[in-house]
Every structure is written in structure tokens, then in C-alpha cells.
Design a protein. Sequence first.
Length: 65
Amino acid sequence: MFLTISAMWVTSEVMLGILVRSTKNSRDQDKGTLKLLNIIIYTCVTVAVIVGIRGIGTIGASNSI
């Protein structure tokens, strides 16, 4: 599961790098970047919480510190 989520993150970063290229008019092009970045972050956090609650991908570590 970790590898899947990591691959999704890397893919999203590559897609952002390809689709959103910096130019002289970068302000016009970057208007939607923050919105897209927030959607990706909130989606990843939601997936992580769901995975944690369901116990998917546990590593068997003890809960004691």
C-alpha cells in the first residue's frame, strides 16, 4: 500500500511538472496550481487516515514507547 501511495505521489509531481511549466506569464498559469495541490494533499491525507483506521499495511510494531 505504501508503494502504491508513493507511486501516486511521484506521478502527481511529474504531471504537475509537465503540465504546469514556468514561463513569463507564470502568474496566469499558476492560478489553479494551489487549488490542485490542496486537492492532492487532502486526498492523500484522507487515504492515509482510512488506511490507518482499517489497519491496512500494518508493520507489526508495538504501540508502546
